[in-house]
Design a protein around this ligand. Structure first.
Ligand SMILES: Cc1ncc(COP(=O)(O)O)c(C=O)c1O
Length: 392
């Protein structure tokens, strides 16, 4: 997947890597075709396994290849595959790499859909899952069994923003000869490149920061070439391939990733700082705050920060809901990573199906609010948030 940009710096790679200048086009044109003319070369590619050969758009497309090359260039990955959603990527990784009798160690505070997949679906196929604490690499090691195949982590957990010590997890994975899979959605490759820290595969919900404009749903898996080659036929069998038009929008979004991310992160750090002094706020969680329990780990693993912010409103979930409905600029909507700020209470949205006791144990206590801070003017964001809080 390497192209002529591999020696360039991150921002240059995010703009140029992968783009297909067909007929002199500056941007990759949209190849809205389900199937491709079968030439001798394509028959040969098909016979050799079909990966990255243009045959049929459930296998790959010009637009998905462009995106894969760009994500690989940003993450420092050997190869990758694109999917129709983040969950299609995650489920293909799990179902494609694990078999009956295998065991995976994960954490209860992973993304809600991932938690559902691991607790409701994998056991139906005889795949065992143990839950440990992503913040504590030793708890993962303690959960390893003779049949363990995979350690599954997120760079930054959703929604309580625990930072995972990826380097410590990688050391444990190496010691026990296990696969280390990370969901890097919350930081994006601009903020953290886990392959350099020893991860085997990196997953993204490209719906979020990579797409960046809340206009697509998509997913990606990049990493070791041998694992991607193994996953390619699984993707073809499971069918979760992305549409070329969504890939086009993803590529376009990724070209501005390194311009957007510093604003997301600076705005979030600024709002976090101001919120700490507001009388209606019980607790603020952001990796830039020195009182964050993982501040030191965060400085090592994802020093540029994140646009994700969480806080607890005094008065519980009723007060949090009233606060959200008082906002004028920030949208009450699930999802994250777009240019516009989005807010949600995980208890009635992204984490609704996680049992209450599991949610509370993970730190999603009454009054908990998650905000994806956008790239609006920070003064307007603060006016919006402080006015809604003052009205409580
Ligand atoms: C960290 C994380 N991973 C994966 C997903 C699933 O992605 P998608 O909604 O694109 O399927 C989400 C969705 O919110 C997420 O937050």
């Amino acid at each position: 997947m390497a192209d002529g940009n591999s020696d360039k710096r991150f921002a240059t790679r995010s703009v140029h890597a992968g783009t297909k200048h067909i007929e002199g086009a500056v941007n990759t044109p949209i190849f809205q075709s389900s199937t491709y003319y079968l030439t001798d070369e394509r028959y040969a590619g098909w016979a050799a396994g079909a990966q990255h050969t243009l045959i049929y758009s459930r296998l790959s497309s010009v637009n998905s290849d462009a995106c894969v090359e760009k994500i690989c260039a940003m993450e420092g990955a050997e190869d990758g595959e694109l999917f129709a959603s983040g969950m299609a990527a995650i489920s293909t990784v799990m179902m494609g790499l694990l078999s009956r009798g295998d065991h995976v160690v994960a954490s209860p505070d992973v993304y809600g859909g991932t938690y559902g997949l691991m607790t409701e679906e994998l056991p139906r196929f005889g795949i065992e899952v143990s839950m440990a604490d992503m913040r504590d690499a030793e708890s993962y090691e303690a959960a390893i069994q003779p049949n363990t195949k995979m350690l599954y982590i997120e760079t930054l957990s959703n929604p309580v923003l625990k930072v995972c010590d990826i380097e410590a997890m990688a050391a444990i994975a190496r010691k026990h000869d296990l696969l280390l899979i990370v969901d890097n959605t919350f930081t994006s490759p601009w903020g953290c490149q886990p392959i350099k820290m020893g991860c085997d595969l990196v997953i993204h919900s490209t719906t979020k920061y990579l797409g960046g404009h809340s206009d697509i749903v998509g997913g990606a898996v990049v990493g070791r070439k041998d694992l991607i080659a193994h996953l390619f036929p699984k993707k073809v069998h499971f069918g979760g391939a992305p549409d070329p038009h969504a890939c086009y929008l993803l590529e376009r979004g990724m070209r501005t990733l390194s311009a957007r991310m510093p604003i997301h992160c600076a705005n979030a750090a600024d709002i976090a700082n101001r919120l700490q002094d507001h009388p209606m706020i019980e607790k603020v969680i952001h990796t830039s705050l020195t009182n964050h329990p993982d501040y030191e780990t965060g400085q090592r693993i994802m020093p540029k920060g994140t646009g994700m912010l969480a806080f607890v409103v005094k008065g519980g979930d009723d007060a949090a809901l009233k606060f959200m409905r008082g906002l004028k600029i920030i949208f009450e909507a699930t999802s994250l990573g777009g240019v516009e700020s989005l807010i949600e209470c995980p208890f009635n949205s992204s984490h609704m199906f996680i049992p209450e006791e599991v949610r509370h144990a993970a730190g999603v206590i009454p009054g908990f609010v998650r905000v994806s801070i956008g790239i609006e003017d920070v003064e307007d964001l603060w006016d919006d948030i402080s006015s809604a809080l003052n009205a409580l």
